[in-house]
Design a protein around this ligand. Structure first.
Ligand SMILES: Cc1cc2nc3c(=O)[nH]c(=O)nc-3n(C[C@H](O)[C@H](O)[C@H](O)COP(=O)(O)OP(=O)(O)OC[C@H]3O[C@@H](n4cnc5c(N)ncnc54)[C@H](O)[C@@H]3O)c2cc1C
Length: 408
């Protein structure tokens, strides 16, 4: 079959855009489809761990990222009720020692601009409605904002559509997404001006039924992002009748977390609250539908550890490391399936431990008595907080990801 491109990528978040850049650098003909117009804001804590700054360099946006991003993140805090424990963040080996934060409106736009520079066909705003066919001969149905549809034929489809909305291959799963559970997590984000959060401090917030984080990003702006269970959100909203969910959470956090209250004393909210949900952290990399998956589409850790962008970039690195040595046009379906199995093994090796660690930590944070005990322990032994950040992947280097190919 003659194809319009070697690969089509669904979604231009960090996972999709990074995959497009590395495949284009390897000489592939790539179509990247994104349904939203950029720049667009997004629910996210916006921290990028140090190890990924080398990846941003390899993507060709490292310098621009560093010129825009907030200060180096050198310490981490656990804030719960009236207690705050602070510890140094682990130093990463390599050219960049500490992570930084940059608004997703800027980061995602930088990556897509780089895709265009490298000749990737960026179709934006367009939505991938359906993917049919099998590896080697996929037909992707795209629709633009006017409702005009078009079919694009490609050898390989890479799903990078995230995890907070149904993707084109997931129509059947939408019933499951609609089943409401008390434990469903909803995520919120807002930005603040004139906050007094210490530059370089990355506080983790633990509160009943939820957790969150704050960070100083570009131009002194502070991002506050959090997740809260459905049942806790209902309780919080009853405390603030008539307020929007985001405003109710803000006032609950102000009243329940002393560290946050202090940081936001003179601050003003510079954006409306954004929200998404329900989130379903977990692993999806092994789906047997013939698509490769990167970023949240492959698997999502609880956002407590703030590693989703890292996992997006690192999974893109893993996958493109495998694909770049292949020729999309001559790769038969059997070879694609072999590579999918290989990639899924490498993915689990790279991320499964992080997913489990994040789940344990998230459940500790959401239970008030446990969270307070953890806070007490971390106050006495702050080195444990540094260790936790290390286990979460904060000092992990991309070189370790590359080596995984050799181990598998
Ligand atoms: C509260 C919270 C705080 C967080 N904090 C951090 C943090 O500090 N650090 C960190 O590293 N991570 C953090 N994360 C996680 C991070 O935001 C995600 O893991 C990351 O955005 C995943 O990137 P992605 O590229 O896989 O997906 P996304 O960023 O979700 O991108 C997917 C893209 O696909 C597009 N799309 C979807 N469907 C289609 C379609 N059918 N056709 C075309 N386009 C489509 C979407 O519009 C979107 O732009 C946080 C998450 C939450 C909820």
């Amino acid at each position: 079959m003659s194809t319009d491109a070697d690969a089509l990528i669904i979604g231009a978040g960090p996972a999709g855009a990074a995959t497009a850049i590395w495949l284009a650098q390897a000489g592939w003909r790539v179509v990247l489809v994104e349904k939203n117009t950029y720049p667009r804001d997004k629910v996210c804590g916006e921290c990028i761990a140090a190890g990924n700054l080398d990846l941003l360099d390899s993507l060709g946006v490292g310098r621009a990222f560093r010129s825009l991003a907030g200060p180096e993140l050198r310490s981490v805090a656990w804030m719960c009720g009236t207690a705050t424990a602070v510890a140094p963040l682990p130093r990463a080996q390599g050219s960049h020692t500490y992570g930084r934060a940059l608004g997703r409106d800027q980061l995602d736009a930088l990556l897509v601009a780089r895709c265009r520079e490298l000749g990737v066909t960026v179709r934006q705003p367009e939505t991938v409605l359906r993917v049919s066919g099998v590896p080697g001969t996929f037909a992707c149905s795209l629709q633009d904002r006017t409702g005009t549809a078009q079919l694009v034929q490609v050898a390989i489809v890479i799903d990078a559509h995230g995890s907070w909305e149904a993707g084109p291959q997931h129509r059947a799963a939408s019933a499951e997404r609609c089943a409401r559970k008390r434990s469903d997590l909803f995520a919120f984000k807002a930005r603040f001006r004139a906050a007094t959060l210490a530059p370089g401090l990355l506080p983790v917030l633990a509160f009943p039924g939820g957790y969150g984080g704050m960070v100083r990003a570009e131009q002194g702006r502070v991002t506050l992002a959090c997740c809260i269970r459905r049942d806790s959100l209902a309780r919080v909203r009853r405390l603030a009748p008539g307020a929007s969910a985001g405003v109710a959470i803000e006032s609950f956090l102000q009243s329940s977390c002393a560290g946050l209250r202090l940081a936001l004393t003179d601050a003003t909210r510079g954006s409306a609250w954004l929200s998404v949900g329900p989130l379903r952290p977990g692993e999806r990399v092994g789906a047997a539908d013939g698509l490769f998956r990167v970023g949240n589409a492959a698997g999502e850790s609880h956002p407590l550890i703030g590693e989703g962008i890292s996992m997006a970039l690192q999974s893109a690195r893993l996958l493109t490391g495998l694909l770049a040595t292949e020729s999309a046009t001559t790769m038969d379906p059997g070879r694609q399936r072999e590579l999918q199995a290989h990639y899924a093994r490498a993915w689990r090796c790279a991320f499964r431990q992080r997913l489990r660690f994040a789940a344990v930590f998230a459940h500790l944070a959401m239970r008030p008595l446990l969270a307070q005990s953890v806070g007490g322990l971390l106050g006495r032994r702050p080195q444990l907080l540094t260790l936790a950040a290390r286990l979460a992947g904060k000092a992990r280097r991309p070189a370790e990801i590359r080596l995984l190919h050799e181990e598998i």
